[in-house]
Design a protein around this ligand. Structure first.
Ligand SMILES: Nc1ncnc2c1ncn2[C@@H]1O[C@H](COP(=O)(O)OP(=O)(O)OP(=O)(O)O)[C@@H](O)[C@H]1O
Length: 276
C-alpha cells in the first residue's frame, strides 16, 4: 500500500533575471563540530541563485546547523568549529579578510519565532539601514515603505508605523521581520522554520511571499513540514543522522524529482512517512 501523503509540487515557475544554474552558495566536504561532537559530516551541495531551496529531515539531523553555516552564525557558538569549504559567490566565507558583518548583511536570516525588537514597526525596519549609516529621514522612510511593501505587509501597518512591533499578530510580526531583513538589501535570505509559530492562514501568506521574493533573492528554508517544502521550493536537500549521530546529506535535487522519484531508499522512506 502506498502510504505517501498527498504532496503537490506544482507551483508557478520563477521568472527572474538570474542565469540558470548560477551557483550562489556552496558547501564542500563541510564538517561542523560542537566541541567533540560532529553535527555535520562531509556535506557538499551547491545552491543556485534565485529560487527556493528547502532543507528537510528528521529532528536533530543538522538542518539548522547547516543553514547557520551560510552566514557564519555558528561563529556565535563558542564550541563550534568548521572544516571544509563554504563559499558565497565563489568566495570562501571563512577567508581571513571576509567582513562577517557585511556577509550577514548580504546573507540575511529570518528565525523560527518572530522576533521584532521592542521598538516601533518603523524603527524595526529602519534598524539595519541606520546601523549601516543611513540617517536622512526621507531616505529611511522610502526604505521602510519599500521593504514593508515587498514583505506584503504595508497595507496592514501603514497607519500604525509608530506602534510597537510587538503589538501586531504573529504572522504580521514575521512579515515585519522579513521586511527588516529586506531593508538592508540582502542577496540571500536564510529562513529557519519561519512558519512553525504561525497559523495556517499566516503560513500561506508567508509561503506566497516567499515565492514572490524568490524572483529576486536566493532563499534557503529549513522546514519540518514536507508539504511546505514541496509547495514552495525548487530544490530540496534531504538530511539524516548517520550511525555515529552526525548529520549527513542523503539526497539533493529538484523538488519535483525528490518527491516523486527519490533516488535513495532512505529519502523514499522519509517522504512516505515510514520513519522520522
Ligand atoms: N549550540 C549547540 N551546541 C551543541 N550541540 C548543538 C548545538 N546546536 C545544535 N546541536 C546539536 O547538533 C545536532 C544538530 O542540531 P540542529 O539544530 O542543527 O538539527 P535540526 O535538524 O535543525 O533539528 P530540529 O529539526 O530539531 O530543529 C543535534 O544533535 C543538536 O543537539
Amino acid at each position: 500500500m502506498d502510504v505517501r501523503p498527498s504532496i503537490t509540487t506544482e507551483k508557478e515557475p520563477i521568472a527572474c533575471g538570474c542565469a540558470p544554474g548560477t551557483g550562489k552558495l556552496r558547501a564542500e566536504k563541510v564538517n561542523l563540530y560542537y566541541g567533540h561532537f560532529r553535527a555535520l559530516k562531509d556535506v557538499t551541495l551547491d545552491i543556485p541563485a534565485c529560487g527556493i531551496t528547502a532543507i528537510i529531515g528528521p529532528s536533530g539531523c543538522g538542518k539548522s546547523s547547516l543553514l547557520r553555516q551560510f552566514n557564519r552564525m555558528n561563529d556565535l557558538i563558542p564550541s563550534a568549529r568548521t572544516e571544509g569549504l563554504m563559499e558565497f559567490d565563489g568566495v570562501d566565507i571563512f577567508r581571513r579578510d571576509v567582513d562577517v558583518v557585511e556577509l550577514r548583511k548580504r546573507v540575511g536570516m529570518v528565525f523560527q519565532k518572530p522576533n521584532p525588537f521592542p521598538m516601533s514597526i518603523f524603527d524595526n525596519v529602519a534598524y539595519g539601514p541606520r546601523r549601516h549609516g543611513i540617517r536622512k529621514k526621507h531616505v529611511l522612510e522610502e526604505i521602510v515603505e519599500k521593504s514593508l511593501r515587498q514583505a506584503a505587509i504595508w497595507d496592514e501597518v501603514k497607519d500604525k508605523l509608530g506602534q510597537s512591533g510587538l503589538s501586531i499578530s504573529g504572522g504580521q510580526q514575521q512579515r515585519v521581520c522579513i521586511a527588516r531583513v529586506l531593508a538592508v538589501e540582502p542577496e540571500v535570505i536564510l529562513m529557519d522554520e519561519p512558519c512553525s509559530a504561525l497559523d495556517p492562514i499566516a503560513t500561506l501568506k508567508i509561503e506566497d511571499l516567499m515565492r514572490t521574493l524568490a524572483c529576486t533573492y536566493t532563499i534557503v528554508i529549513v522546514t519540518h513540514n514536507m508539504q511546505q517544502a514541496a509547495r514552495v521550493s525548487d530544490m530540496t536537500a534531504f538530511m539524516m543522522v548517520d550511525d555515529d549521530r552526525s548529520g549527513t546529506l542523503v539526497e539533493y535535487g529538484p523538488t519535483t524529482e525528490l518527491f516523486t522519484n527519490p533516488r535513495d531508499k532512505r529519502t523514499e522512506d522519509y517522504i512516505t512517512g515510514r520513519f522520522g
